[in-house]
Write a protein that binds this ligand. Sequence first.
Ligand code: GLU
Length: 290
Amino acid sequence: MPPPVFRFAPSPNGLLHLGHARSALLNYDAARRSRGRFLLRIEDIDATRCRSQFEAAIYEDLGWLGITWETPVRRQSDHLADYRAALDRLAALGLLYPSFESRAEIAALVKAREAEGIWLRDPDGAPLYPGAAKSLPASERQRRLRSGAPFALRLDMDAACRLAGNLTWTEQGSGPGGETGEVVARPEAWGDVILARKDTPTSYHLSVVVDDALQGVTNVVRGQDLFWSTAVHRLLQALLDLPRPVYRHHDLIRDGAGKKLSKSSAATGLRELRLRGMSAGEVRRLIGLP
Ligand code: GLU
């Protein structure tokens, strides 16, 4: 049996906090316990928010925690061709279409739908795509693409679900409602998700699935905030013929008000704690790890 492969995949769009330490250490400890491999991946496809100084801080903070990782580290922005190839496969299956509305136009459409009745929201609370781009005549689609208009490439969720059939994933942790074991994937709850944009040939969902497969990741250990996204990941794995890792979603560390920690709150930032003289062992105890 090849060794299991774990990964920690932060986005360099802010400083790491205790929640990241928990995810990173859970992965690292599990890899060590199982004589597996531990990979670090930098998820930096959002060029507007990611910064090289945050990437440097990730290496510094993880090193301080006593974590070591294989090199070279995979940085997503270096691998856009891999995501483009996956998009091409989905396009060849007839599962993608461009939509051209601006954010403001989408917000207005949602408002109009909501005035007529309930308009569904995805598991993160964002309204499902309300537009009609899927039924634009091909000639009009081509005209807009040729005009250089910005667009988002969306997955035709109905068609994708029909093609993939029923899917489940193996959950070794639990979801927000205690879901565990073989969990039924309901990707349709996300509507026609965006998989790429004109200027960024990928998205979180697409790159995470492609990378986990290319890097041979067998065990995905991450925060419960990504639990429901796993349905989209399973769908993309099925459509792209990729192996399925097992998943373990862990509970999140919350602040005093019960809210998920944010990268901007200094109080729980790893750099801040280090500068205040805390040791890596104390961080472990603070987040309930041996
Ligand atoms: N890059 C994601 C984040 O920082 C995590 C992706 C994952 O673990 O699947 O929230």
